[in-house]
Every structure is written in structure tokens, then in C-alpha cells.
Design a protein around this ligand. Structure first.
Ligand SMILES: Cc1cc2nc3c(=O)[nH]c(=O)nc-3n(C[C@H](O)[C@H](O)[C@H](O)COP(=O)(O)OP(=O)(O)OC[C@H]3O[C@@H](n4cnc5c(N)ncnc54)[C@H](O)[C@@H]3O)c2cc1C
Ligand code: SF4
Ligand code: SF4
Ligand code: SF4
Length: 366
């Protein structure tokens, strides 16, 4: 049993991994993640392709301060103050190819999902999905820590059309990929019974064959986190096993968001619901912090720590030596939440890395 409670912020694939880790905790060992704040996510970027693209445009990675997406443009802010920008439609040359088979735009399995699409500048679009999420939003509102407004009809329509576009485009990509390669397992909405039948004998070699070698890995780090034998490492942007698997261990296969997902987690008709299952959709602004959009994610995390609803939060800040590079860490300090506000368009493995490192440190102390 985990005593510590953690709130995580993550992209839909990371939220799915956390959900699977906790659902199959007897097999994976579980996690301290108690509250899941999901981000909207159209795609993420490949470090290798992005570096190549920027080099072709005479930009080296060490010259970069940050990446941003604003008003249909992908912006590269340089340390020397200059800015390079391209229309978002042209980023497909460095989009991660495994994002092209992902149909979750709004983090269907989170307690609260947050994005920018649909809301005015300075506001975040918030989808409340669970009673737990509803309670947090209600408390923030009662304490005047956030300002909530109805999402405009125009905003809702835009959000729906973008979420549907991701679903339709990527369903087609899945079909094309399956014509020439293996099945995309995470899209098979199987029963729990089938999931267990298909997964119960699987170990790292199966994960490698079914996910990693067919370009399905999203580099979330969940396999590395759950491995009790500590043999998985993510090197060269690829999970690898250095050693023998423990007999009867199947943790990594169950935790991976790119293996089977059962209808217990996502109903069979999930792709006909652009926002997934939800209780409420709102336009929200934090009254205490400026963030990427409405500062809602940081506002939620600050409140959870302040009221001791969780012990620690999972953050993505910037690497000290490479400001553009996202760095994940776990903290119990409100000022760390403030410093980590803002989106880092990830080009390196993030996700469960921070939890893995923390677990390693606590093992060393024993
Ligand atoms: C890869 C990616 C793609 C996205 N694509 C879209 C999109 O297509 N449409 C859309 O509407 N919104 C998208 N978002 C979400 C959007 O950029 C904002 O994060 C969201 O609106 C929350 O804004 P905020 O002001 O409430 O957050 P803030 O208060 O600024 O807090 C942001 C929080 O996100 C965390 N964070 C930053 N980078 C990452 C990361 N790479 N992974 C996990 N956590 C991170 C930080 O730790 C911080 O706590 C995307 C986010 C990411 C990371
Ligand atoms: S697979 Fe790609 S598009 Fe899907 S949630 Fe993860 S980062 Fe976003
Ligand atoms: S021991 Fe093997 S099967 Fe178990 S989690 Fe580690 S790599 Fe996976
Ligand atoms: S193989 Fe590991 S890092 Fe890749 S998606 Fe699966 S769990 Fe995440």
C-alpha cells in the first residue's frame, strides 16, 4: 500500500499509463498517483526530427530557450532574443510518428482535463470528469481561487471539431499502419478477460515485439517505473532491458499504454465521444497565477499542496543547462509549481522518470 498521495499532470498517453498501473496494481505494484490532471494533446515532437529540421534552418539546439505553440504557429524562442516560427501545419515533418495513431485528444481518463482550445486568451478549457475532480473545482471556486465561465458555443464547436479531426485522421493512420504492419493493440477495445488472456504470459520481449519495435512507444517511462527487477532503462529514446525478467512478472506489459486497453477503462464507442465521458466543461482562469493559458493546472496543484490533499505533485520544468529541454520532477513545494508553470513541448523521455528516480533514491537510503 502506498501511503503518499501524488497528483500528476500529463498528456493523454501518460494519463492512460497511470490509470493502467493503478488498475492492475497487483501485477504492476501500483503507484502513489491519486489525482490525474490531463492535458489536451494533438501531438508531440521527435527530438531527432526536430533537431534535423532546425539545423536545416541554421538553428542549433543549444541556442534555444523554449518552444511554444500560439495562434496556429510553432514558435522557437532563441536565447539571443530572436524568434523563429512556422505554421503548425508544417510541423508534421518532426511530429512523433507514434502520435499519429493516438485518438485521445482531451485525456479521457483524467479527473480534470485542461487545454487552451475553445476558451478566450488567458483562460483554460476545463473538462471535469470525476466526482473527485468536481470537488476540487468546486472548492477552488468557493475559495475564489478561480473564475469559471460557461464555454461559448463557438468554443465548444471548435473543440469538438479539433478532437474529432484527431480521431478521424488517426483512425485512418491506424488502418494504413495495420495494412502493412502489426495490429495497433491499444486501439483494440477488448474485454478484461481477453486483456488478461493476451497479457498474462507477456514480458519485456513481448513489449519489445508488440510496441517498441513497431514504432508504438510513446516514451512515457511507465515500464521503467514498474519494473521490480530494475532492468529497464530508456536509452537513445528507446526502452531496453539489461538482464533477465523475473519469472511470473508481467508488470511492464500491463502498465504500457500501447498494449491492450479494456472496455472497463474506455467504452467501445469512446471514439464517437470527442470529449470522452464528462460531468462539465468550463472556461476557467486562475486568480493566483499566470500559466500557459489560464494557469488552471498550476492553480489546482498549488491548492492540492496547500490543503494537504496530496503530499507531492509531478511537474515538468526546464533543464538548467538546456533551457528548452523538459525535465520532470516530483515536489511538495508551492514555489516549484509556480516555477514550472507553462507547457514544455517535450522532445525527450519524461513521464514516469521522476517517480522512478525517486523510488531509486528511497531504495538507496534503506
Ligand atoms: C505535448 C503537449 C501538447 C499539447 N497540445 C495541446 C493542444 O493541441 N491543444 C490544447 O488546447 N492544449 C494543448 N496542450 C495543453 C496546453 O499547452 C496547456 O498545458 C494547458 O492548456 C494548461 O494550461 P494552464 O495555463 O492551465 O497550465 P499551467 O498553469 O501553465 O501549468 C502547466 C503544467 O503542465 C506541466 N507540463 C508542462 N509541460 C509538460 C509536458 N510536456 N508533459 C507533462 N506536463 C507538462 C507543468 O509541470 C505545469 O504544471 C498541450 C500540452 C502538451 C504538454
Ligand atoms: S501519443 Fe502523442 S498525441 Fe497521444 S497523448 Fe501521447 S504525446 Fe499526445
Ligand atoms: S521483470 Fe521483465 S516482465 Fe517484469 S517489469 Fe521488468 S522487464 Fe517487465
Ligand atoms: S514501452 Fe514503456 S516507455 Fe514505451 S509506451 Fe510502453 S510503457 Fe511507455
Amino acid at each position: 500500500m502506498n501511503q503518499i498521495k501524488t497528483a500528476m499532470v500529463g498528456t493523454p498517453c501518460q494519463i492512460l499509463a497511470a490509470t493502467k498501473i493503478n488498475k492492475y496494481s497487483e501485477i504492476t505494484g501500483g503507484s502513489p498517483i491519486d489525482i490525474k490532471v490531463g492535458l489536451f494533446c494533438m501531438e508531440n515532437f521527435s527530438y531527432t526530427y526536430l533537431e534535423k529540421f532546425l539545423n536545416q534552418n541554421n538553428i542549433e539546439m543549444y541556442e534555444i530557450k523554449e518552444f511554444r505553440i500560439d495562434k496556429g504557429k510553432f514558435l522557437v524562442n532563441l536565447i539571443n532574443g530572436n524568434e523563429f516560427s512556422i505554421p503548425i501545419a508544417e510541423t508534421n515533418v518532426f511530429t512523433r510518428k507514434n502520435c499519429q495513431i493516438c485518438t485521445d485528444y482531451t485525456s479521457d481518463l483524467s479527473d480534470i482535463s485542461v487545454g487552451s482550445v475553445g476558451s478566450p486568451d488567458g483562460y483554460s478549457t476545463v473538462i471535469v470528469r470525476t466526482e473527485k475532480g468536481q470537488k476540487i473545482i468546486n472548492e477552488l471556486k468557493e475559495n475564489k481561487l478561480i473564475k469559471c465561465e460557461e464555454l461559448s458555443e463557438k468554443g465548444l464547436k471548435l473543440l469538438k471539431s479539433i478532437a474529432n479531426k484527431k480521431i478521424r485522421t488517426n483512425q485512418k493512420n491506424i488502418e494504413s499502419r495495420e495494412r502493412v504492419a502489426r495490429q495497433v493493440l491499444s486501439q483494440r477495445h477488448v474485454s478484461e478477460k481477453t486483456l488478461h488472456n493476451q497479457s498474462k504470459n507477456c514480458q519485456f520481449s513481448n513489449l519489445e515485439a508488440d510496441v517498441i519495435s513497431v514504432g508504438g512507444c510513446v516514451l512515457c517511462g511507465a515500464c521503467e517505473y514498474v519494473c521490480k527487477s530494475n532492468i529497464i532503462q530508456i536509452n537513445d529514446r528507446k526502452p531496453q532491458a539489461y538482464g533477465e525478467c523475473e519469472e511470473d512478472c508481467h508488470g511492464c506489459y500491463y502498465a504500457c499504454p500501447r498494449t491492450y486497453v479494456s472496455t472497463d477503462l474506455l467504452p467501445e464507442d469512446i471514439d464517437s465521444k470527442p470529449f470522452g465521458e464528462y460531468l462539465d466543461i468550463l472556461a476557467v482562469k486562475s486568480n493566483s497565477i499566470n500559466g500557459q493559458d489560464g494557469g488552471v493546472v498550476s492553480g489546482i496543484l498549488m491548492y492540492l499542496l496547500d490543503k494537504e490533499i496530496v503530499d507531492e505533485v509531478f511537474l515538468v520544468g526546464q533543464d538548467e543547462n538546456n533551457p528548452w529541454k523538459p525535465k520532470s520532477f516530483v515536489s511538495n513545494k508551492v514555489w516549484d509549481v509556480i516555477a514550472a508553470a507553462g507547457t514544455k513541448y517535450s522532445t525527450v523521455p519524461i513521464g514516469f522518470k521522476a517517480l522512478t528516480e525517486k523510488t531509486e533514491k528511497s531504495k538507496e537510503k534503506l
